[in-house]
Design a protein around this ligand. Structure first.
Ligand code: SF4
Length: 102
């Protein structure tokens, strides 16, 4: 007897946000309000989160170009202001002074 052909395509769809299921803030019993109301506790939670590095890369990408007042709470262990400070779009350009020899 011959095997029947597979009629379904393999599941190869990328799910770039799957890592969030491993984040401590998404686990049962974690109070999500602390990420807005209790930054000290939120930072402690993020510090021990197994997906901290991925979370930080993600949030810096999705918030790129946003002012800190458009960002909310503690994410990846960083406040809105701290995340804005890491955004290359808000870094001040470095100016090289003219040489006095000219
Ligand atoms: S690093 Fe913090 S905000 Fe990011 S997934 Fe983990 S607990 Fe949540």
């Amino acid at each position: 007897m011959r095997d029947r052909p597979v009629r379904e395509a393999p599941d190869t769809v990328a799910r770039p946000l799957d890592w969030q299921a491993d984040g401590l803030c998404t686990q049962p019993g974690v109070n999500g309000d602390e990420f807005f109301d209790d930054p000290v506790t939120a930072r402690k939670t993020c510090k021990t989160c197994p997906v901290l590095d991925t979370c930080r890369s993600w949030i810096l990408t999705v918030e790129s170009g946003l002012r800190h007042d458009r960002r909310g709470g503690i994410v990846a262990g960083l406040s809105a202001k701290e995340r804005e400070g890491l955004d290359p779009k808000f870094r001040k350009p470095t100016t090289i002074p003219d040489s006095e020899e000219n």
